[in-house]
Design a protein around this ligand. Structure first.
Ligand SMILES: Cc1cc2nc3c(=O)[nH]c(=O)nc-3n(C[C@H](O)[C@H](O)[C@H](O)COP(=O)(O)O)c2cc1C
Length: 433
């Protein structure tokens, strides 16, 4: 089989990493960028393709109708701005792709296009954009709305948004900056055009006041897993961030995005689906059972935190449900992908079952020696057809080390992941296999 790609999804965002969990107490000041710089250097040493920086823009208040739980337990808050962290990561690395999350629903398109173009210049072509539509009413209220815009409409807006920012990025031709002293010409005016975009939702004159960046535009990343989200990915994504509780789920997800892409005349080989996973590396096979038990105990201990997180993502207050009776059918204007987790658990599953099961959030949990996990990843990729994994986790130094210094060498031994960055730009590395 051909090689597969590795990404890291910094799921909790730019926050205190792993508060009150095993492995916490790593000696970094959580309000400074040093931890992230050291972590991204380690990922680059292991030849990760990309680091994705999660974001959301609210202090949640869904669980028990209050901010208290979230604030007290540092759950989904506080969060620093990933766009502001990105230059520090650029400065610490040379090759790895960097993907801040910015939402189409609230970020002004011209501003987003300019910021990402600037970062693509500064990084010499290593920027990607994690395109999210945002889920919560709390975020909507921070931006002046009473509640979140309807789920599928957010995706319609996002399609148009992507068209607009793409036109803004294309408005500068590649050779527009001539810097010709003989003719006193810095920029050739014939090579920069206004865009005069007028859509249903957005309007912008353009162009940007930033020249075309090394990659032209950032690599587009899309994580929405609902039917409408997958359609959006088929139209726009170059990287799909996909959950999946079983191999069949994962294969379906990738195939569905490919079908949407093909219908629109896109080449599916240029879309890389990365599957979320949480590997726990142990030293010997004898430790696997005990480690699984220990992880199950941690999940039991953090039931309430899981409920609070699910409440925020779905907009449903799960504190009002009985933990130990089967969950009734629910609907959400938030993260619809979460509902698949409920459906997959079966009609008799209780809320406690759902919140404590290992693959409950659609992240595949793997426990084993480095070689066992490498073998599982290889088998999964062979069945699914590609394209790689996205390690989901807090930036805790010991955990990063277990992935970078133990799992990745085992993947290298099997020649499964990249040993070198062949190209300068992130998109070219992504398409190298
Ligand atoms: C791996 C992964 C990463 C995601 N990252 C973010 C994020 O950083 N910010 C965010 O608001 N949503 C994030 N999401 C959620 C989706 O972008 C999307 O907003 C949400 O799932 C609702 O869309 P859906 O109903 O199509 O799933 C992520 C989802 C997955 C699976």
């Amino acid at each position: 089989m051909s090689k597969f790609h590795l990404g890291w999804f910094l799921g909790p965002g730019i926050t205190i990493q792993g508060w009150n969990e095993p492995g916490f107490g790593h000696g970094y000041d959580w309000t400074k960028p040093d931890l992230y710089q050291d972590a991204v250097r380690a990922l680059e040493r292991a030849r990760f393709d990309v680091l994705i920086l999660e974001d959301s823009s609210a202090v949640p208040y869904t669980y028990k109708g209050s901010m208290d739980f979230y604030l007290k337990h540092a759950t989904m808050t506080p969060k620093f701005d990933p766009v502001m962290l990105t230059p520090y990561l650029i400065a610490a690395t040379r090759h790895i792709g960097l993907a801040p999350t910015l939402t189409t629903t609230f970020y002004p398109p011209w501003l987003l296009a300019r910021s990402l173009s600037t970062l693509d210049h500064f990084s010499n072509g290593r920027i990607a954009w994690n395109i999210v539509t945002a889920t919560s009413d709390a975020a909507a209220q921070n931006y002046g709305l009473d509640k979140q815009i309807e789920h599928d409409l957010r995706y319609d807006m996002a399609d148009e948004y992507v068209d607009l920012v793409s036109q803004l990025w294309d408005a500068w031709e590649p050779e527009a900056v001539v810097m010709d002293e003989a003719t006193h010409t810095f920029i050739d005016p014939a090579k920069v055009k206004a865009v005069h975009f007028e859509g249903k939702f957005y309007k912008s004159r353009g162009p940007l006041n930033v020249p075309r960046s090394p990659q032209g535009r950032p690599v587009f990343v899309a994580p929405g897993g609902s039917p409408r989200g997958r359609q959006f990915s088929g139209r726009n994504a170059e990287i799909v961030l996909a959950g999946g509780e079983t191999i069949a789920d994962m294969k379906d997800y990738r195939d569905e995005v490919h079908r949407h892409a093909t219908a629109l005349g896109r080449d599916p080989a240029k879309i890389k689906t990365l599957f979320t996973c949480v590997p726990t590396v142990v030293k010997s096979a004898d430790e696997v059972d005990d480690t699984r038990k220990m992880l199950a105990q941690v999940r039991q201990k953090h039931v309430e935190r899981g409920l609070a997180a699910m409440s925020f993502l779905s907009g449903i207050d799960f504190s009002t449900f009985d933990l130990d009776t089967p969950v009734p059918e629910i609907k959400t204007n938030g993260m619809q992908t979460l509902l698949r987790t409920f459906k997959n658990a079966g009609p008799d599953a209780t809320l406690r079952d759902i919140v404590t099961k290992p693959n409950g959030q659609g992240f595949t949990h793997m426990v084993g020696t480095a070689d066992q996990i490498a073998g599982q990843m290889q088998e999964a990729m062979e069945e699914i057809g590609g394209d790689g994994f996205l390690v989901v986790g807090h930036f805790k130094p010991k955990y990063i080390q277990s992935i970078v210094d133990e799992l990745v060498p085992a993947l290298w031994k099997r020649q499964l992941t990249r040993r070198e960055y062949e190209h300068t730009h992130f998109r070219d590395n992504l398409l190298a296999f």
